[in-house]
Design a binder for this molecule. Structure first.
Ligand SMILES: [Zn+2]
Length: 356
């Protein structure tokens, strides 16, 4: 049995892949005045800047300043270890945290899932976070940073002071990534699918063949989630303000109508109605323009009530890949993390990838 499992492990090692030692994460981009915490920045008219931390002064050279954090550094809502790279271009500051890849995966896992959740759900999240990070690292090898620390990519607020179980459960999956046909997958995840997951081309476009591992899946496991069913109202005045140029073109937006639903039941396209006509719009563009939190998912029905549109819907997020609330329930029912991942990602293997 031991020999068999040894052979099995050896077969799963992919020699041409390796995980990076470090990753570069964009943790801040904006004006110097938006930086709070242990650091303050002042800039002169040549573009060079001065960084003050605990009474010490660091001057930039060629618009860049490195700081190796001997202890955690608080910046806005994050507490960072590793190295911080500050750069200034015109009036835009970037702060990039360069840190150990696995420490980063732990930091993401701590932000993207609660430490109070079951062990196997946390491990599933860690596996998804590592796989997503690895792919982004590869895609942005030549760029100033590999990945962003907000929900454009994955939320990350540093790797200091993480809950012990998050670190331990993430480490228990260290070096493992999700692959399909020998290549790492785009490991998407979302909070709650609302009963059925979605296929990426229905939300973002592109070709179905690009994601053979992201198939629509009926998921009854997230039904107890607090975000499984929701209702929200958006005022027409808000809609007209958010889509001001379209509003002008249509002589004022008066409502929306479904145009096309995907096979999962989510809106794919909508018709925006106005006094002088109507305009077709991608449903995901509609949701993102309103703000993802204002319209929790595309799994909704809409009705006009006076000067508002009432949305009744299910789930939270795009619905693609791992359903976190589904993983929570599956873990409670005794599934292990590899089983959970195999449920949400079709035809995949979980590979062990060494560090260089
Ligand atoms: Zn679900």
């Amino acid at each position: 049995m031991q020999i068999r499992s040894l052979i099995f492990s050896a077969l799963l090692l992919i020699p041409e892949l390796s995980l990076p030692q470090n990753i570069k994460v964009l943790v801040y981009e904006g004006r110097a005045t938006g930086i709070t915490g242990d650091i303050s920045i002042t800039q002169d008219n040549t573009g060079e800047f001065t960084l003050k931390k605990n009474g010490k002064i660091y001057n930039s050279r060629d618009g860049i300043c490195y700081h190796t954090a001997e202890f955690p550094v608080k910046i806005n809502s994050g507490i960072y270890t590793g190295t911080l790279l500050f750069s200034a271009q015109a009036n835009v500051f970037r702060i990039i945290n360069i840190l150990d890849f696995e420490d980063y995966v732990s930091g993401v896992t701590a932000c993207e899932i609660s430490h109070t959740w079951p062990e196997e759900a946390i491990k599933a999240q860690a596996l998804v976070a590592r796989t997503y990070s690895w792919l982004k690292y590869q895609q942005n090898l030549k760029n100033q940073y590999h990945i962003k620390a907000d929900d454009t990519d994955q939320v990350f607020r540093g790797s200091a002071n993480l809950p012990g179980n998050i670190i331990n459960f993430t480490r228990a999956t260290a070096g493992k990534i999700i692959c399909c046909r020998g290549k790492p997958v785009e490991a998407f995840f979302h909070s709650c699918c609302g009963g059925v997951t979605e296929e990426p081309e229905n939300v973002w476009g592109g070709k179905k063949e690009q994601y053979p591992y992201l198939k629509k899946k009926t998921c009854s496991y997230c039904a107890n989630s607090p975000v499984f069913a929701w209702k929200t109202a958006i005022a027409l005045t808000e809609l007209n303000a958010k889509f001001s140029s379209l509003s002008a073109e249509l002589g004022g937006i008066t409502g929306i109508r479904p145009l096309e639903r995907s096979s999962s039941g989510r809106y794919a396209k909508i018709l925006v109605l106005g006094k002088k006509g109507s305009r077709e719009m991608q449903a995901n563009f509609f949701r993102m323009s309103l703000g993802a939190k204002n319209l929790p998912s595309l799994f909704f029905s809409a009705s006009s009530r006076g000067k508002t549109i009432v949305f009744s819907g299910k789930g939270y997020g795009h619905g693609i890949g791992l359903c976190q609330w589904g993983a929570h329930e599956l873990a409670k029912r005794g599934w292990n993390y590899t089983g959970i991942i195999r449920f949400y990602f079709s035809g995949i293997t979980i590979e062990s990838v060494p560090k260089p």
